[in-house]
Design a protein around this ligand. Structure first.
Ligand SMILES: [Zn+2]
Ligand SMILES: [Zn+2]
Length: 180
């Protein structure tokens, strides 16, 4: 009988550490499986390459690329082949153009739970409401769901907006939906 273990990872955006997901995956599952749950957990569109690294993205050994269809050099590598111990981190980059980097830390190794489907997301950061900066100017509190990338770059701070304000006042700008 094979006694599978479950790796409990904390995966966080490298440049927005408040955004994290706890991900559980079995030791005989693969980096392809981990890539697929990372894409879901962080709402990444599904068209780009992902790549895992043994340490820092681009600065350490590549564990192989993974295509959007789940194939690729790293896809079949099993989680237990990574020889991780609790506290170790690997990193993941999604979309070599946008270069969205994630730090994935092994929190602990536990037993499988009967009936559970792996990989799975078991928890995530609390959602901290942030408000639209345009609405704020007219004393309205509206939850921001977008970031204007053009204005954020120009003002050197995050310009967060509600959907209406993004559409009305920033229609020629590049906006991205906020990951919460
Ligand atoms: Zn607004
Ligand atoms: Zn703008």
């Amino acid at each position: 009988m094979i006694n599978n273990k479950v790796y409990v990872f904390n995966a966080a955006l490298k440049h927005r550490k408040g955004i994290w997901r706890r991900i559980e995956i079995k030791d005989d599952q693969t980096l392809g499986d981990l890539d697929s749950i990372m894409r879901q957990a962080f709402n990444h569109d599904d068209y780009h390459l992902g790549e895992f690294f043994s340490g820092r993205v681009w600065k350490s050994e590549s564990l192989g690329e993974i295509e959007s269809d789940g194939s690729g050099a790293g896809a079949k590598k099993k989680i237990d082949e990574l020889k991780l111990v609790e506290g170790n981190t690997i990193e993941y980059v999604y979309d070599f153009g946008d270069d969205i980097q994630h730090v994935i830390k092994l929190e602990r190794i536990v037993d499988t739970v009967a009936g559970a489907k792996y990989p799975r997301v078991t928890s995530k950061n609390k959602i901290r409401n942030r408000y639209c900066v345009s609405c704020k100017k007219i004393q309205k509190k509206t939850i921001a769901t977008w970031i204007c990338i053009d204005c954020s770059e120009e003002e050197q701070k995050q310009v967060l907006l509600c959907e209406d304000c993004l559409g009305e006042e920033h229609e020629d700008h590049y906006g991205e939906e906020l990951l919460l």
